[in-house]
Structures are given as C-alpha cells and as structure tokens.
Write a protein that binds this ligand. Structure first.
Ligand SMILES: [Zn+2]
Length: 310
C-alpha cells in the first residue's frame, strides 16, 4: 500500500513537474487576455470621452458669442462634453446586462443614461447652461424639455426614424416590449439570417440607427445579445448627431421663417452622419468583421468581454 502510495505520489510529482510549463503557458495566456481586455476597455472609454469632449468643444467654438474667446469656449465645451462622454460610455456599458441577465428591461436604464449623456454633450456644444436642457429620442419622436421653464417642452418628429421603421418593418414583426423599453423601434424575425446591406454577409441582427431587427428563434445566436449589440449601433448613430450643433451658425442664416418654424417646432433633422463614418471603416467578412471600429465597439459593449480582432 505504502509503496503504491509513494509510487503514486512520485508519479503525481512528476506529472506536476511536466505540467508546470503548460500551467505557466495558460497563466500567461490568461494574463495576456486580461491585459488585452483591459486595453480594449481603456480604448472604448477613451474614445467615448474624447469624441464627446472634442465634439462639444468644437461645437462650443462655432456657437460662441462674439465677446467670448475661442479657447475659453473650447475648454468649457470640452470638459462638459467629456462628462457627457463618460455617461455615454456608461450607457453602452449597461447594455451588456441585457445579454447577461437575459432581459430587455436593462435597455431602459441604458436609454435614460444615454439621453442624459447626449443632452449634456449637446448643451455643451451650444453653450447652454450645464444640466438644464434635456432631450430624449423615443420611437419616432425627439422630446425636449428644460428644468428652467415648462414652456420649453417640444415634441418633434425624427424623419430618419420614420424611414428606418418602414424599412426595418419589412424584415420582421413589431416587438412592442423591446420598443417600449429601449425607445428604439424593434422588429423580430424567425429567419435564420437577415438580408443585410451587403449580400455576402449573414446577419442575425441589423440596425438602421433608429430601428432594428433581430432573429429571435435561432439556435446559434442569443437574441438578447443581438439586441444589446444593435442598440450600441443606435447609440453610435445618436452620438454623431453632435455634428448638427456645428451647423447651427449656418442654419441661423436661413431667412425662411416657415422653414425655421417647421424645424424648430415640428421636425428634428436627424441626419445619418454615422453611416458615412461606418462605411469609411468598411464592413469586413468574418473573421475580420471587428476590424470595423464600430462593430468592435458594439461587440465589446454587448458582451463585456475581450473581442478577438483578427
Ligand atoms: Zn454590428
């Protein structure tokens, strides 16, 4: 018995010694993966803060009064915009709870955080008082209000949301619950793949910026994950609306009172700037899909895990 035990013990010791290089290799892989994951997290955090900070800073210079020095306007817009960017990061970060908890409820806090984020960034770019004017995009509408005056309440139609809803609606049936919780018009389909803009790509979800469609009945992909991923794209779409604030000085020169009234009271012109930048990144076939930064960001936030970028 003793001998067998000793032999067994020696055998274990030898196996352990043999396994040491493998264990070291695995530990180094885990550390590497963690380091890479941390690097990806730092990248998306820095991107969101810098994008909103710079976007608001430049907007604040374009919209400043003649008596304000440009560098003062830029600095003010930049720090306030950066706070909005941090909130934007937090709103995208919240979305992974949809896939982790298997519940679309988490689209609601994410939407509120995202609306607060964009409101702060937009106010910074327009040199408005900090945290006084708010807006939320909900379905086909943009709702504006302020804590200063209840008469500031405005409900304006989002033309891109109308177009997106009609086009996305051709691919699936209306998902009321997800639409209400996310503020994004949502459709679901039984199809295994959704015909994308690129016919060579097989998709389980597709975003139009203001509307989305996802496959809800397939074995190889989780619909909650798909919803979270596509909602990141809708947040990306909205953050690029910051360019509207850059054009305010030009729109103020328009001398058509009827057009001014329509756009200030009834319609918010939500230009799809985002798709220009998305197309510049290009849609790559798998396994290179996440070389597109916006796809990488959507995957990172929806899974909250390291993304393999080949
Ligand atoms: Zn995507």
């Amino acid at each position: 018995m003793k001998s067998t035990c000793l032999k067994h013990g020696n055998s274990e010791r030898i196996n352990l010694i043999r396994a040491i290089p493998i264990i070291l290799l695995l530990i180094s892989t885990v550390n590497l993966s963690t380091a890479q994951s941390r690097h990806q997290e730092a990248t998306v955090l820095a991107y969101n803060v810098a994008f909103s900070g710079l976007g608001a800073g430049i907007g604040a210079v374009f919209n400043k009064s003649k008596s304000t020095k440009w560098h003062q306007a830029f600095a003010r817009g930049c720090w306030q915009g950066s706070i909005g960017g941090l909130l934007n990061y937090s709103s995208k970060k919240t979305l992974h709870l949809i896939s982790r908890k298997q519940s679309t409820f988490y689209a609601l806090p994410a939407m509120i955080l995202n609306a607060a984020s964009y409101s702060i960034v937009e106010s910074a770019a327009l040199n408005r008082p900090f945290m006084q004017h708010w807006s939320i995009d909900y379905g086909l509408l943009r709702i504006d209000f302020s804590t200063r005056n209840k008469n500031d309440l405005k409900l304006r139609l989002l033309p891109e949301a109308v177009y997106a809803s009609i086009d996305a609606g051709r691919h699936g049936r209306f998902d009321l619950e997800t639409s209400l919780l996310s503020g994004n018009i949502t459709f679901k389909t039984n199809l295994a793949t959704i015909p994308g803009f690129d016919p060579n790509l097989y998709l389980v979800g597709l975003s139009w910026g203001r509307a989305l469609v996802y496959a809800d009945n397939i074995t190889y992909s989780n619909p909650y994950y798909t919803i979270a991923h596509e909602l990141v794209h809708s947040y990306q779409f909205r953050e690029y609306q910051i360019f509207n604030t850059w054009l305010y000085p030009l729109s103020n020169k328009v001398k058509l009172p009827v057009a001014k009234k329509i756009f200030s009271r009834y319609i918010f012109f939500d230009m799809p700037y985002f798709w220009i930048f998305y197309d510049l990144e290009g849609q790559k076939p798998y396994p290179y899909y996440y070389r597109n930064f916006y796809e990488f960001e959507a995957e990172r936030f929806s899974t909250n895990q390291h993304v393999l970028v080949h």
